[in-house]
Design a protein around this ligand. Structure first.
Ligand code: NDP
Length: 326
């Protein structure tokens, strides 16, 4: 048994509540593996957890994805062996660390062509795009999707994924530089929503019809206006709350705005079962290995600089994916 540096927090709050402690890693029990991380992914959900928007029992470790090497395998785990290169996304927070023991079901063998940093950067965001485009609403070539925060981690993967499917993705972002980045990654159109009224612009870009689907991870600041971008019977996928949670609302709004559909999915439901998780990951790896999707790591931070990483994410200063290096 060895010790590992692990980022924990004891009270919800700002980036300063995180601290690094040394703690024993232990041996994997049945259905578990021990992984030594080469890189850990940073995601916006880590901020919801740290700040108390998604409460965790305290004290708690943070981080929902990582990549590294399997050091030990618990009883009953058949798809992994000691020494395997792996990557994962998990609903069990605690990946900001040198090494951890965790359930094996969501741990996926990482193809040799994908390096550890890319593996750590892509799992949670890539699996999210996989379920958004393939497991949430039927989407086909020629459909139009409005995708907010298109230059972010999930966003840049979504731009490329949509392009590969022939889906017309209209992205939004807060600066001209971010808009250009989203366009380079495959967005058909991009709206700077700090400067332009995105509802009016979407109507213009769709000849007044509206889009088939909105994928909205901004939450409070955009939710209602996003509904105004949909065609009749269009689908609103509300999958995040970077600006705050969507406040309670009258369901009748969906009828009044055009018989709209609404879903609030989460990746952790999709990856809960081992077989489905591995199937989704295989699809993601295929997209990356074929070159249809390139994972853009916009920022890398040492484990000690985790607070600075959170500050930059919250300040909207990041683009693409971000990784922590233990
Ligand atoms: P991003 O890299 O996309 O960062 C969040 C982005 O949101 C910012 O860069 C910013 O882009 C935009 N934003 C708009 N308003 C605000 C605000 N008030 N404060 C901060 N950011 C704001 O993060 P991720 O790729 O990690 O995640 C994207 C979203 O998807 C998050 O909301 C996340 O929770 C959600 N998500 C949901 C999942 C699910 O299954 N439900 C799974 C994975 C992610 P800009 O400056 O261009 O506006």
């Amino acid at each position: 048994m060895s010790d590992a540096r692990t980022v924990i927090f004891e009270q919800p709050g700002g980036p300063e509540v995180m601290k690094i402690v040394q703690r024993p890693v232990g041996e994997p029990g049945p259905g578990e593996v021990r992984i030594r991380h080469h890189a850990c992914g940073l995601n916006y959900i880590d901020i919801y957890q740290r700040s108390g928007v998604y409460p965790l029992p305290l004290p708690h470790a943070l981080g929902m994805e990582g990549a590294g090497v399997v050091e030990a395998v618990g009883e009953g785990v058949t798809h992994l062996s000691k020494g395997d290169r792996v990557a994962y996304a998990t609903g069990k927070a605690g990946s900001y660390c040198d090494a951890r023991v965790m359930p094996a079901a969501q741990v996926c063998p990482l193809p040799d062509s994908i390096d550890f940093r890319t593996g750590a950067a892509m799992m949670l965001q890539g699996l999210t795009v996989e379920y958004l485009f393939h497991r949430t609403v039927p989407l086909k070539a020629g459909d139009t999707v409005l995708f907010h925060a298109a230059a972010g981690g999930v966003g840049l993967i979504a731009c490329q994924w949509a392009r590969s499917l022939g889906i017309r993705l209209i992205g939004t972002a807060s600066t001209d530089e971010k808009c250009a980045l989203a366009r380079e990654h495959g967005a058909a159109e991009v709206i700077n929503y700090e400067r332009e009224d995105f509802v009016a612009r979407v109507r213009e870009l769709t000849d007044g019809r509206g889009v088939d689907v909105v994928m909205d991870s901004i939450g409070a600041a955009t939710f209602e206006r996003s509904l105004d971008c949909l065609r009749p019977v269009g689908m609103m996928i509300s999958f995040g709350n970077s600006s705050g949670k969507v406040p309670p609302f009258d369901l009748g709004i969906l009828g009044a705005k055009g018989c709209l559909q609404l879903t609030r999915p989460t990746v952790f439901v999709h990856i809960a079962q081992q077989e489905k998780c591995q199937e989704m990951a295989a699809h993601l790896f295929e997209m990356v290995e074929s070159g249809k999707v390139t994972i853009r790591i916009g920022q890398e931070f040492a484990l000690e600089d985790v607070a600075e990483a959170h500050r930059q994410m919250e300040a909207r200063a990041t683009t693409g994916s971000s990784v922590l290096l233990p």
